[in-house]
Design a binder for this molecule. Sequence first.
Ligand code: SF4
Length: 204
Amino acid sequence: MAEAPAPGGDLFSADPLRALATLEALVPVIEACRKCPLGHSRAHSVPGEGDATAGLVVVGEAPGATEDETGRPFVGRAGKLLDEILAAIGLRREQVFICNVLKCRPPGNRTPEPLEVAACSPYLHRQLELIGPRVILAMGLPAAHALLGGHAALGELRLKLHRYRGIPLIVTYHPAALLRNPHWKRPTWDDVRHARRIYDGASA
Ligand code: SF4
Protein backbone atom coordinates (compact mmCIF):
# COMPACT_ATOMS: atom_id res chain seq x y z
CA MET A 1 0.00 0.00 0.00
CA ALA A 2 1.38 3.41 -0.94
CA GLU A 3 0.95 6.34 1.42
CA ALA A 4 1.11 9.77 -0.16
CA PRO A 5 3.01 12.59 1.47
CA ALA A 6 0.95 15.58 2.54
CA PRO A 7 1.38 17.90 -0.44
CA GLY A 8 1.89 21.51 0.52
CA GLY A 9 2.05 20.60 4.16
CA ASP A 10 4.52 23.28 5.20
CA LEU A 11 4.18 23.79 8.93
CA PHE A 12 5.64 27.27 8.73
CA SER A 13 3.53 28.81 5.98
CA ALA A 14 0.04 30.02 6.75
CA ASP A 15 -2.44 28.62 4.22
CA PRO A 16 -5.10 31.27 3.51
CA LEU A 17 -7.41 28.59 2.11
CA ARG A 18 -7.72 27.10 5.58
CA ALA A 19 -9.78 30.15 6.54
CA LEU A 20 -12.38 29.09 3.96
CA ALA A 21 -14.71 26.75 5.79
CA THR A 22 -16.98 25.57 2.96
CA LEU A 23 -16.74 24.47 -0.66
CA GLU A 24 -18.94 27.42 -1.59
CA ALA A 25 -16.45 29.82 -0.06
CA LEU A 26 -13.76 28.47 -2.39
CA VAL A 27 -15.75 29.21 -5.55
CA PRO A 28 -15.31 33.00 -5.74
CA VAL A 29 -11.65 32.62 -4.81
CA ILE A 30 -11.14 30.23 -7.73
CA GLU A 31 -13.16 32.47 -10.02
CA ALA A 32 -10.89 35.40 -9.20
CA CYS A 33 -7.68 33.36 -9.32
CA ARG A 34 -4.85 34.41 -11.63
CA LYS A 35 -2.11 32.37 -9.98
CA CYS A 36 -1.16 30.81 -13.30
CA PRO A 37 -1.55 31.91 -16.94
CA LEU A 38 -4.67 29.77 -17.42
CA GLY A 39 -6.58 32.34 -15.40
CA HIS A 40 -6.20 34.73 -18.32
CA SER A 41 -7.18 32.35 -21.14
CA ARG A 42 -10.17 30.56 -19.60
CA ALA A 43 -13.76 31.51 -20.29
CA HIS A 44 -14.97 30.11 -16.96
CA SER A 45 -13.24 28.51 -14.03
CA VAL A 46 -14.55 25.05 -13.12
CA PRO A 47 -14.30 24.55 -9.36
CA GLY A 48 -16.23 21.27 -9.24
CA GLU A 49 -19.71 20.26 -8.18
CA GLY A 50 -21.66 17.70 -6.26
CA ASP A 51 -22.40 16.65 -2.72
CA ALA A 52 -20.28 18.57 -0.20
CA THR A 53 -20.42 15.53 2.10
CA ALA A 54 -19.85 12.92 -0.59
CA GLY A 55 -18.37 9.56 0.28
CA LEU A 56 -16.73 9.41 -3.16
CA VAL A 57 -14.78 12.18 -4.85
CA VAL A 58 -13.87 11.85 -8.53
CA VAL A 59 -10.77 13.79 -9.55
CA GLY A 60 -9.92 14.34 -13.21
CA GLU A 61 -7.26 16.30 -15.02
CA ALA A 62 -8.55 19.67 -16.20
CA PRO A 63 -11.57 21.28 -17.84
CA GLY A 64 -12.04 20.77 -21.57
CA ALA A 65 -13.81 22.99 -24.07
CA THR A 66 -17.37 22.23 -22.94
CA GLU A 67 -16.40 22.56 -19.28
CA ASP A 68 -14.77 25.91 -20.03
CA GLU A 69 -17.96 27.08 -21.74
CA THR A 70 -20.29 25.94 -18.98
CA GLY A 71 -18.19 26.20 -15.82
CA ARG A 72 -19.17 22.61 -14.97
CA PRO A 73 -16.86 19.58 -14.64
CA PHE A 74 -17.12 16.44 -16.76
CA VAL A 75 -19.75 17.51 -19.25
CA GLY A 76 -19.70 16.58 -22.92
CA ARG A 77 -18.92 13.05 -24.10
CA ALA A 78 -16.45 12.21 -21.33
CA GLY A 79 -18.92 13.48 -18.76
CA LYS A 80 -21.70 11.33 -20.18
CA LEU A 81 -19.41 8.33 -19.93
CA LEU A 82 -18.55 9.23 -16.35
CA ASP A 83 -22.27 9.33 -15.56
CA GLU A 84 -22.59 5.82 -17.01
CA ILE A 85 -19.57 4.60 -15.01
CA LEU A 86 -21.10 5.99 -11.82
CA ALA A 87 -24.48 4.50 -12.67
CA ALA A 88 -22.80 1.11 -13.11
CA ILE A 89 -21.84 1.22 -9.42
CA GLY A 90 -25.22 2.55 -8.37
CA LEU A 91 -24.35 6.22 -7.95
CA ARG A 92 -25.70 9.37 -9.49
CA ARG A 93 -23.57 12.42 -10.23
CA GLU A 94 -25.37 14.37 -7.50
CA GLN A 95 -24.30 11.82 -4.89
CA VAL A 96 -20.57 12.29 -5.45
CA PHE A 97 -18.26 15.28 -5.79
CA ILE A 98 -16.61 15.77 -9.18
CA CYS A 99 -13.66 18.04 -9.81
CA ASN A 100 -10.32 18.36 -11.55
CA VAL A 101 -6.75 19.05 -10.54
CA LEU A 102 -6.76 22.24 -12.62
CA LYS A 103 -9.71 24.56 -12.28
CA CYS A 104 -9.10 26.31 -15.61
CA ARG A 105 -8.75 24.89 -19.11
CA PRO A 106 -5.30 24.48 -20.64
CA PRO A 107 -5.43 25.81 -24.21
CA GLY A 108 -6.10 23.07 -26.72
CA ASN A 109 -6.59 20.59 -23.87
CA ARG A 110 -2.84 20.15 -23.56
CA THR A 111 -1.41 18.30 -20.58
CA PRO A 112 -1.17 20.48 -17.45
CA GLU A 113 2.24 22.04 -16.82
CA PRO A 114 3.90 21.25 -13.49
CA LEU A 115 3.79 24.92 -12.46
CA GLU A 116 0.05 25.04 -13.16
CA VAL A 117 -0.52 21.93 -11.08
CA ALA A 118 1.58 23.37 -8.25
CA ALA A 119 -0.36 26.64 -8.36
CA CYS A 120 -3.79 25.02 -8.49
CA SER A 121 -3.41 21.96 -6.26
CA PRO A 122 -4.06 23.81 -2.99
CA TYR A 123 -7.69 24.25 -4.09
CA LEU A 124 -8.05 20.52 -4.64
CA HIS A 125 -6.37 19.71 -1.33
CA ARG A 126 -8.70 22.08 0.51
CA GLN A 127 -11.74 20.61 -1.26
CA LEU A 128 -10.75 17.12 -0.20
CA GLU A 129 -10.06 18.29 3.33
CA LEU A 130 -13.51 19.89 3.58
CA ILE A 131 -15.36 16.92 2.07
CA GLY A 132 -13.45 14.16 3.84
CA PRO A 133 -14.60 11.37 1.51
CA ARG A 134 -14.35 7.67 2.24
CA VAL A 135 -12.64 7.04 -1.09
CA ILE A 136 -11.08 9.07 -3.90
CA LEU A 137 -11.19 7.95 -7.54
CA ALA A 138 -8.29 9.51 -9.43
CA MET A 139 -9.08 9.34 -13.14
CA GLY A 140 -5.97 9.61 -15.29
CA LEU A 141 -2.31 10.13 -14.55
CA PRO A 142 -2.35 13.89 -13.85
CA ALA A 143 -4.89 13.34 -11.07
CA ALA A 144 -2.94 10.40 -9.66
CA HIS A 145 0.37 12.26 -9.73
CA ALA A 146 -1.11 15.43 -8.23
CA LEU A 147 -2.52 13.47 -5.30
CA LEU A 148 0.14 10.83 -4.79
CA GLY A 149 3.30 12.46 -6.13
CA GLY A 150 5.84 10.49 -8.15
CA HIS A 151 5.94 9.66 -11.83
CA ALA A 152 4.72 6.06 -11.98
CA ALA A 153 2.83 4.88 -15.05
CA LEU A 154 -0.88 4.31 -14.83
CA GLY A 155 -0.39 0.57 -15.23
CA GLU A 156 1.75 0.56 -12.09
CA LEU A 157 -0.75 2.60 -10.11
CA ARG A 158 -3.90 0.66 -11.00
CA LEU A 159 -4.90 -2.36 -8.94
CA LYS A 160 -3.22 -0.95 -5.84
CA LEU A 161 -4.83 0.70 -2.89
CA HIS A 162 -3.16 4.06 -2.28
CA ARG A 163 -3.79 6.58 0.44
CA TYR A 164 -4.02 10.32 0.20
CA ARG A 165 -3.68 11.81 3.69
CA GLY A 166 -5.13 8.59 5.04
CA ILE A 167 -8.03 8.44 2.58
CA PRO A 168 -8.15 5.33 0.34
CA LEU A 169 -7.45 6.27 -3.26
CA ILE A 170 -8.00 4.21 -6.41
CA VAL A 171 -6.41 5.10 -9.75
CA THR A 172 -8.14 4.36 -13.03
CA TYR A 173 -8.39 5.60 -16.60
CA HIS A 174 -9.87 8.97 -17.49
CA PRO A 175 -13.21 8.73 -19.35
CA ALA A 176 -11.71 10.70 -22.26
CA ALA A 177 -9.08 7.96 -22.60
CA LEU A 178 -11.84 5.34 -22.61
CA LEU A 179 -13.48 7.09 -25.54
CA ARG A 180 -10.23 6.66 -27.47
CA ASN A 181 -9.48 3.15 -26.15
CA PRO A 182 -12.72 1.25 -25.48
CA HIS A 183 -10.77 -1.88 -24.47
CA TRP A 184 -9.84 -0.06 -21.24
CA LYS A 185 -13.50 -0.08 -20.14
CA ARG A 186 -13.21 -3.51 -18.58
CA PRO A 187 -10.26 -2.66 -16.31
CA THR A 188 -11.99 0.62 -15.42
CA TRP A 189 -15.04 -1.37 -14.38
CA ASP A 190 -12.81 -3.43 -12.06
CA ASP A 191 -11.35 -0.24 -10.57
CA VAL A 192 -14.66 1.49 -9.91
CA ARG A 193 -16.12 -1.63 -8.34
CA HIS A 194 -13.11 -1.64 -6.01
CA ALA A 195 -13.85 2.00 -5.16
CA ARG A 196 -17.49 1.12 -4.57
CA ARG A 197 -16.54 -1.62 -2.11
CA ILE A 198 -14.50 0.88 -0.10
CA TYR A 199 -17.34 3.38 -0.34
CA ASP A 200 -19.63 0.75 1.11
CA GLY A 201 -17.37 0.38 4.08
CA ALA A 202 -15.50 -2.74 3.08
CA SER A 203 -12.09 -2.99 4.65
CA ALA A 204 -9.62 -0.76 2.82
S1 SF4 B 1 -5.74 26.92 -13.14
FE1 SF4 B 1 -5.91 27.10 -10.92
S2 SF4 B 1 -4.08 28.28 -10.31
FE2 SF4 B 1 -4.38 28.61 -12.52
S3 SF4 B 1 -5.64 30.48 -12.62
FE3 SF4 B 1 -7.04 28.72 -12.68
S4 SF4 B 1 -7.65 28.44 -10.54
FE4 SF4 B 1 -5.82 29.73 -10.53
